[in-house]
Design a protein around this ligand. Structure first.
Ligand code: HEM
Length: 511
């Protein structure tokens, strides 16, 4: 009996030592070294995620705790937290951001999906030479000419979905639009009628990727499993829900692969000659077929069907919710500030009237552009970059990062500082309409909503174009109102920072 008791006690002691004492000692030593430059936010086990969840509970705002700490201590450049038992260094100072964005090869991204054979070989996650090759290759799908050619499709998608959707759930409404734009940009006409799980593909995929993230945030059991076992978590005592998700992922893979194979056969028979009319998949398949031919003359095959599959999932994942949430937050601010809504409506009427949005009038939507910039400054849906692991001991400014530590870049932290923006915490979209330098003490890493350096967002121009069209076409047709039945609107988190609850807005048709 006594021995059992002693064993249990020692185990508890070991756990406390590993999960609490080890990280806190390391973090305290760093705090001692950095003084006011560092804010300590240790949270046993759940780390910075625990801080964010607590902030939602107590302040209805996921960023409140962190923003208050940064405002209280303007000298702060880093937040010291933990990722289970490992120190997690959250970089907020722009010089630290600059160095780590520049040296991106020294850090390895931690897979946010943690689902095997899902998106690891797509552009967001791939590393090294594979990343270089993909980035250069995918660049041709995001050229100005290619983006321009998608304008009529985006107009059509926004109009159709705005007409069909009941608009009772803001997240779903926005994601139906942005998901369909990604699917059509990737598959083109092949996407017509593309269904998954008996639903429109973008609805099924948005639900699946959403569920995969939410259930990890909502249950400590899943959260811990994901931290400890990573992508193997799905094999460790899988629950019914986990088995269901893996089954659905397998099904998505089969269906998407079928479409890719179909296009390979089509283009083998009839290659496309006009580069400008190629969608993402055509660009990929054309190169795949070219490489297959060259392989016969002994050149190594670089693109595989598996990579095309992972690329589709990647672009869907990073291109749907990000743009949807940004647009949804813009609509929320229009409902909150009716005077801004009137100004935006006036601009839409003056610039586009009853016409479609095209290349020439898109760039004249200056107020809408300013509105989006202000939302990206204060309420960027992507709070942090993907968490990264330090590959080897590395000095960043005055911090000696150890191999295996976790680093994350909080790229929007300068947004709330008066040293960089006048009345920084005030929502004022007009600041972006002023001529001259609106960012003070700018080292180029103060307003970086799409990250910076070589691994910045490849889809940023597409996102800005889409969001402008979504806002313009919706405001032209509907008056956007706060739903009086919703007593408390909050900034929550569903992997991305978003406005909640989903029924917080009403859309009243303009006559
Ligand atoms: C408002 C909308 C968007 C925001 C705020 C946003 C933000 C970001 C950020 C912060 C990163 C860096 C992630 C990291 O390194 O951890 C990133 C990367 C990326 N984004 Fe976006 N994004 C948006 C829309 C899009 C769209 C529409 C697409 C494409 C359809 C896209 C494709 C990508 C890809 C492929 C990467 C990885 C690039 C690389 O590692 O080389 N994003 N995005």
């Amino acid at each position: 009996m006594e021995i059992t008791f002693l064993i249990i006690l020692s185990l508890i002691g070991l756990m406390i030592g590993y999960l609490i004492i080890k990280p806190i000692v390391l973090l305290l030593l760093l705090k001692l070294q950095l003084g006011d430059k560092a804010i300590l936010m240790f949270n046993p086990i759940s780390g910075i995620l625990g801080v964010l969840m607590q902030s939602i509970k107590t302040n209805n705002d996921v960023m409140h705790t962190i923003y208050q700490a940064l405002i209280k201590n303007p000298k702060a450049q880093v937040i010291l937290s933990n990722y289970l038992a490992t120190p997690c260094i959250i970089l907020t100072g722009s010089e630290y951001l600059k160095d780590t964005f520049r040296d991106h090869y020294d850090f390895e991204k931690i897979d946010p999906f943690m689902v095997p054979q899902f998106a690891q070989r797509g552009l967001l996650m791939i590393e090294g030479e594979g990343w270089k090759r993909q980035r250069a290759f995918l660049g041709s799908a995001f050229t100005f000419e290619k983006l321009k050619s998608r304008l009529p499709m985006i107009n059509k998608v926004v109009n159709c979905i705005t007409e069909q959707d009941d608009k009772k759930n803001l997240t779903d409404f926005m994601a139906r639009i942005t998901g369909e734009v990604v699917i059509k940009s990737f598959f083109g006409e092949l996407a017509e009628g593309f269904q998954l799980e008996g639903k429109d593909a973008q609805v099924a995929l948005t639900q699946l990727t959403g569920e995969m993230q939410i259930f990890k945030l909502e249950s400590l059991y899943y959260f811990l499993k994901s931290l400890i076992f990573r992508e193997k978590m799905w094999e460790v005592f899988p629950s019914k829900q986990e088995k269901d998700i893996i089954k659905r992922v397998t099904n998505v893979r089969i269906k998407v692969k079928e479409l890719i194979l179909k296009r390979i056969e089509q283009l083998r028979e009839n290659p496309i000659q006009n580069q400008d009319s190629m969608v993402f998949l055509d660009i990929y398949v054309t190169e795949y077929l070219k490489q297959q031919q060259q392989q016969q003359t002994q050149k190594e095959q670089l693109i595989e069907i598996e990579e095309i599959l992972h690329q589709f999932i990647t672009l869907f994942f990073v291109g749907t919710d990000t743009t949807a949430t940004t647009s949804g937050t813009c609509l929320y601010y229009l409902a909150k500030y009716p005077e801004i809504q009137s100004e935006i409506l006036q601009e839409v009427q003056d610039v586009i009237g009853d016409n479609e949005i095209n290349e020439s009038n898109l760039n004249k939507l200056l107020k809408i552009n300013a509105l989006i910039q202000e939302v990206l400054r204060l309420r960027n849906p992507v709070l942090f970059t993907v968490f990264r692991k330090v590959k080897h001991d590395k000095q960043v400014q005055d911090i000696k990062l150890k191999k295996g530590w976790v680093v994350v870049q909080m790229k929007n932290s300068s947004s709330i500082k008066d040293s960089h923006f006048d009345n920084a915490i005030e929502f004022n979209y007009k600041r972006w309409l002023k001529k001259g330098n609106l960012i003070k003490n700018d080292n180029g890493f103060i307003h970086i909503p799409f990250a910076a350096g070589q691994r910045n967002c490849i889809g940023q121009h597409m996102a800005m174009m889409e969001a402008r069209i979504i806002i313009a076409l919706i405001v032209r047709k509907y008056k956007i109102l706060l739903n009086p039945a919703v007593k408390q609107v909050r900034f929550g988190i569903k992997l991305l920072q978003c406005i909640e609850p989903d029924n917080c807005l009403l859309f009243e048709k303009r006559i």
